[in-house]
Design a protein. Structure first.
Length: 424
């Protein structure tokens, strides 16, 4: 059959109706729907009612995280179950629903995931088996974990990390020194995963990731950060002062590190850059969190617009308000499709040729910042007060333009991917 004949046959098949259903589907499975409903119930009944209180207290909401652990939403098994979904969609669905409830508390529950992804992405099977369960603790003894890459002078520029890790052969130990900044759960975590430089001259290619076991001396919390939003999530500096960890705490093991460093020193490409690999894997999930905030603000302002009357009619009857809501819904749905695509690609090992993970994160973050700001506008004066939740949602949303790679850095990654040019 020639190409033309094949094309004609395809056209005919389309006209008559394809004998087989197309494999592409956006319909969620029953399992995915059940999980979504279950998380939504927790977000609605437990998280949302507590959101204002913990935002005002600016403290880690231990009782809520413990409740999440009791129902299996926080913990090793729950996470493994979400991750097991081969479509990759369960993780973003869970995150969207939880953050719909509240982003500060959502981050308190999901923040451990950053350290867990680093261990999962870079650890040996033994390290994964040992450390991931310890990041979560148990239902009766809940623990949290922190991922520490950023430093005062190394935010977007991860290659500028100054924290060093030196190998002490005699004791088979690594000695870490430096200051980490902005660590979610930093200092209150049981397990810290720290990115440190083993060879400063190699920039980010000389980085490695280390697990700092609970109670290790020389690993202390520094200043706690007072934040604009997600205030129930704990953020702090972490100081590493002659912090000694066993040789086995180097994620991936020393042999693999030595091989990688040798390759880099010979001028060959290195396969893994510790911090960047962790960020790439988690971007669509972070985007899903932003979506949850955006959707919460959209739903709240939609209901408000139907209820609130001015000039003798509901404010939604004005196109200016109705069209804004139409745009909010459209943008949120568009962002969700990008998030789902990138999650599916990540889970199925499809190469991110056009930086689809970054696309999903930058879009979802900006949609959340924009939609929550529009929600304030729709609520008018009420929207600007702490009596109504959209004010908090707007403060919470802004972080999604900043952490896990700022919007500018995402655009840099995307523009490099699409052009092949080293855009700066
Ligand atoms: C609440 C919160 C929680 C966090 N949690 C963690 C955590 O758990 N672990 C962790 O390691 N880090 C964490 N971070 C750190 C976060 O990842 C960094 O703040 C972020 O990467 C940006 O770094 P920076 O703040 O140093 O900003 P900078 O890098 O100083 O950037 C400042 C501005 O310059 C822009 N810019 C920088 N370089 C370029 C460029 N080449 N081109 C164009 N524009 C550029 C940026 O986009 C930004 O707008 C957290 C931060 C916050 C605020």
């Amino acid at each position: 059959m020639t190409a033309t004949e094949a094309a004609e046959e395809q056209v005919q098949e389309n006209v008559n109706g394809s004998p087989e259903k197309a494999p592409f589907s956006l319909e969620l499975s029953q399992d995915q729907k059940d999980i979504r409903e279950w998380v939504h119930g927790f977000a609605e009944n437990v998280v949302r009612p507590a959101a204002h209180e913990w935002d005002e207290r600016e403290e880690f909401p231990w009782p809520i995280v413990q409740e999440a652990a009791k129902i299996g939403l926080y913990g090793f098994e729950g996470t493994a179950q979400f991750f097991a979904d081969e479509t990759g969609l369960t993780l973003p669905i869970v995150n969207e629903e939880l953050f719909w409830g509240d982003a500060g508390i959502g981050m308190a529950i999901m923040g451990t995931g950053l350290a867990v992804s680093a261990i999962f992405g870079q650890g040996t099977p033994e390290q994964i088996g040992e450390w991931i369960p310890r990041c979560y603790g148990t239902e009766d003894d809940v623990k949290i974990a922190a991922f520490c890459a950023s430093e005062p002078d190394a935010g977007s520029d991860v290659s500028a990390v100054r924290t060093t890790a030196k190998y002490d052969e005699a004791g088979d130990e690594w000695v870490l020194n430096g200051q980490k900044a902005w660590a979610t759960n930093g200092g209150i975590a049981d397990v810290h995963v720290v990115i440190a430089s083993v060879d400063r001259e190699l920039g980010s290619r000389g980085h490695a990731a280390f697990v700092i076991p609970p109670g290790t001396s020389g690993c202390e919390q520094g200043a706690k950060v007072k934040k604009h939003g997600i205030r129930a999530s704990h953020t702090a500096d972490v100081h590493l002062d002659d912090c000694r960890v066993p040789g086995s705490c180097l994620l991936g093991g020393k042999e693999k590190l030595d091989e990688r460093l040798a390759r880099v020193r010979e001028g060959k490409r290195s396969k893994s850059q510790a911090a960047m690999a962790t960020f790439e894997a988690s971007r669509p999930i972070v985007g899903a969190q932003a979506l949850g905030i955006a959707r919460a603000a959209y739903e709240y302002s939609l209901e408000y617009a139907k209820e609130r009357s001015q000039f003798g009619k509901a404010i939604i009857e004005n196109q200016a308000i109705a069209f804004t809501l139409a745009d909010m819904k459209t943008e949120i749905d568009a962002a969700r499709l990008l998030v789902w695509r990138a999650s599916w690609m990540g889970r199925n090992g499809v190469p991110f040729e056009n930086a689809e993970g970054s696309m999903s994160k930058v879009k979802a973050g900006e949609v959340a910042t924009w939609a929550t700001e529009r929600a304030i506008q729709i609520l008018g004066g009420n929207g600007y007060t702490r009596e109504f939740p959209v004010e908090r949602m707007h403060r919470d949303a802004k972080i999604y333009d900043i952490f896990e790679g700022t919007a500018e850095i995402q655009r840099m990654v995307i523009s490099r991917a699409i052009s092949g040019v080293h855009i700066r």
